[in-house]
Design a protein around this ligand. Structure first.
Ligand SMILES: [Zn+2]
Length: 339
């Protein structure tokens, strides 16, 4: 048997190898029933928020309502400390008498310290629009956004494809990506997709009709759908990467998000996400995954990577859909004149 001192050292080394050093027990036990402070939330999860279809997604709400929506949305984004990027459809500023007022609404985003990106002027689909026409539409959207970015001392650097349509075939996609690179753009991918635009469409109609009860029901369903979508993508990232990746969330500039952005941010905080810039998100090596996807549908970059790996590690049919009542309201709203 080793002498007592050596034995103590050996035991100490063995303990040190498997767990941190434990401090000696206190001479007197701590007071009972003292509630513990909650453990700090791990923030290995991270998400960049992008907001599309500026100055307003869905139905055109007119200047006063769009201004109020924008003011509310930006107040909540700033209060939550979210460094969002806003993607602009320049044609929504119109060439009419309202243009100065609409430009002031867009300027609110810059004044709030948020970066602006190009989402084309008129929101065409690259699936359905000839490439030259589509590129001309993108260029038409540039001057206003570039000027607002220049006022903040920043270049115009991000492009987001409308409908996430990146080209019906690989040749079109490659030609367009070459065009984007020549004009100095970085593509803004989306990993966390959801259907906020559909919920918003029927939410704003409910508000227009003064049906607050229906609007509340739609908003509750939206938040549940959004969280279910996040849970789905967390499962997908585990299957594909075995770790949390830095996500890019797609939302739209609309009354639904203006009224409920604080609750949206709370979902992510509760699930342990930090809010990061788009630039920080794109530094994740996930965004250098091979992407050979081409097709008519607009889909998450997660699906593109899964497709490109050829391993089908995710069951994309399990992706959450909006509830039936929202889908039915949306279909009916499409068929009827605006309220
Ligand atoms: Zn859009």
């Amino acid at each position: 048997m080793a002498p007592p001192l050596v034995r103590t050292l050996l035991v100490g080394l063995a303990l040190a190898a498997c767990k941190p050093v434990t401090p000696p027990a206190p001479a007197t036990p701590p007071a009972p029933a003292t509630p513990l402070a909650p453990a700090p939330v791990a923030t290995t999860r991270a998400v960049a928020v992008t907001i599309d279809d500026l100055i307003v997604g869905g139905r055109d709400l007119g200047v006063p309502r769009t201004r109020a929506m924008t003011t509310a949305l930006l107040a909540s984004v700033r209060a939550a400390g979210v460094p969002a990027v806003g993607f602009v459809n320049e044609a929504k500023l119109c060439t009419c008498d309202e243009r100065p007022a609409r430009l002031e609404i867009l300027r609110q985003w810059s004044a709030a310290g948020l970066e602006l990106g190009n989402h084309t002027a008129t929101h065409p689909s690259l699936t359905r629009t000839p490439l030259a026409e589509y590129e001309a539409d993108l260029i038409a959207g540039e001057p206003t956004i570039r000027a607002l970015q220049a006022e903040r001392g920043q270049p115009l650097r991000y492009f987001r494809h409308p409908y996430l349509h990146t080209g019906p075939d690989l040749a079109t996609r490659a030609a367009f990506e070459s065009f984007l690179a020549d004009r100095g753009y970085t593509v803004a991918p989306v990993t966390l997709d959801n259907s906020d635009w559909m919920f918003n469409f029927v939410y704003t109609d409910a508000h227009t009709r003064g049906d607050a009860a229906l609007a509340d029901r739609i908003a509750a369903a939206y938040l549940a759908h959004l969280e279910a979508s996040v849970v789905f993508y967390e499962g997908a990232e585990q299957a594909m990467f075995g770790r949390p990746i830095r996500h890019v969330l797609l939302l739209h500039a609309n009354e639904l998000n203006a009224d409920h952005f604080t609750a949206v941010a709370a979902i992510f905080r509760r699930r342990g996400y930090a809010f990061i810039t788009l630039e920080q998100a794109l530094a994740d090596p996930a965004y250098r995954e091979p992407d050979t996807y081409a097709g008519p549908a607009g889909v998450s970059w997660m699906l593109r990577w899964d497709h490109s790996r050829g391993r089908q590690q995710v069951d994309w049919r399990a992706q959450p859909e909006p509830p039936a009542f929202v889908n039915e309201l949306y279909q009916a709203a499409q068929a009827a004149p605006p309220p």
